[in-house]
Design a protein around this ligand. Structure first.
Ligand SMILES: [Fe+2]
Ligand SMILES: [Fe+2]
Length: 246
């Protein structure tokens, strides 16, 4: 059963993670869902696939009133990111979904109407959450051609979507990366195969290295905290990607 954990808390400002599902069938990739809340209002980040909607919904509602979810931020279009959209909209038809303009005519195949979507321009934008400003950071081609991340400058949290994603063995259930060198074994093949643009990767590394980040939170695997954040950015900067190896 998935469980929600608060990993950042400062008064009315919180970040929740819903990670690792031991009951999930093996044919599904494991995903992390996150929610940032401020003054009791929440923004869901990559709410997941329709298959995991029931455990995500029940884990979240154990900690937070789902009626106070104001919207959904989708880093990109993949089914494991946002195919649950139609089910969230059944719960609350007024939810807004923030996603790259590139995907706004594709994602309605998962649900929603023209009113549901807020098209994020290529350069990113700001999202207001009950007085908190969240910054949408461009991360195109990492891996999707219309791809964004969400930065909370106040909490120093970067929700990074598939960047930093790790495919962990069943016996590794830690929320945070414990041993970075060992963790590389869980992230290297994923980044080599899924991240297609060397130039986009370099641009991203340069851009996020300037941000003050305490926690880099990917949509699969463990969270990078403290010095592991720059360790990851530097490792990714050096990694050769975009080449299919036989
Ligand atoms: Fe993806
Ligand atoms: Fe993913």
């Amino acid at each position: 059963m998935k469980q929600a954990q608060t990993f950042f808390s400062d008064g009315e400002h919180k970040w929740l993670s819903i990670v690792r599902d031991p009951d999930k069938p093996n044919y599904l990739i494991d995903t992390n869902e996150y929610m940032v809340s401020y003054g009791g209002e929440g923004l869901l980040c990559d709410p997941g696939g329709q298959e995991v909607f029931p455990p995500v919904f029940s884990a979240l509602t154990a900690e937070f009133d789902p009626g106070r979810i104001a919207g959904i931020f989708a880093s990109h279009q993949d089914p494991d990111i946002v195919s649950s959209l139609g089910l969230w909209l059944e719960f609350n038809p007024h939810l807004r979904c923030y996603i790259s303009w590139l995907w706004t005519s594709f994602i309605p195949h998962f649900g929603g109407t023209a009113e549901t979507f807020v098209a994020i321009p290529d350069g990113g934008m700001e999202i207001g959450l009950n007085g908190l400003t969240l910054e949408v950071i461009p991360a195109h081609y990492l891996h999707s051609s219309g791809n964004h991340q969400l930065y909370d400058r106040k909490a120093k949290v970067l929700f990074s979507g598939d960047v930093g994603a790790g495919l962990l063995p069943a016996d590794e259930s830690d929320l945070f990366v414990k041993d970075f060198d060992r963790h590389i074994g869980h992230i290297e093949a994923f980044h080599r195969r899924w991240m297609g643009s060397e130039k986009a990767k370099r641009d991203w590394c340069e851009r996020v290295a300037k941000l003050d980040i305490d926690m880099l939170c990917p949509q699969h695997g463990a969270i990078y905290a403290g010095s592991d954040v720059m360790r990851f950015i530097n490792w990714f900067d050096e990694l050769e990607i975009g080449i299919l190896r036989s």
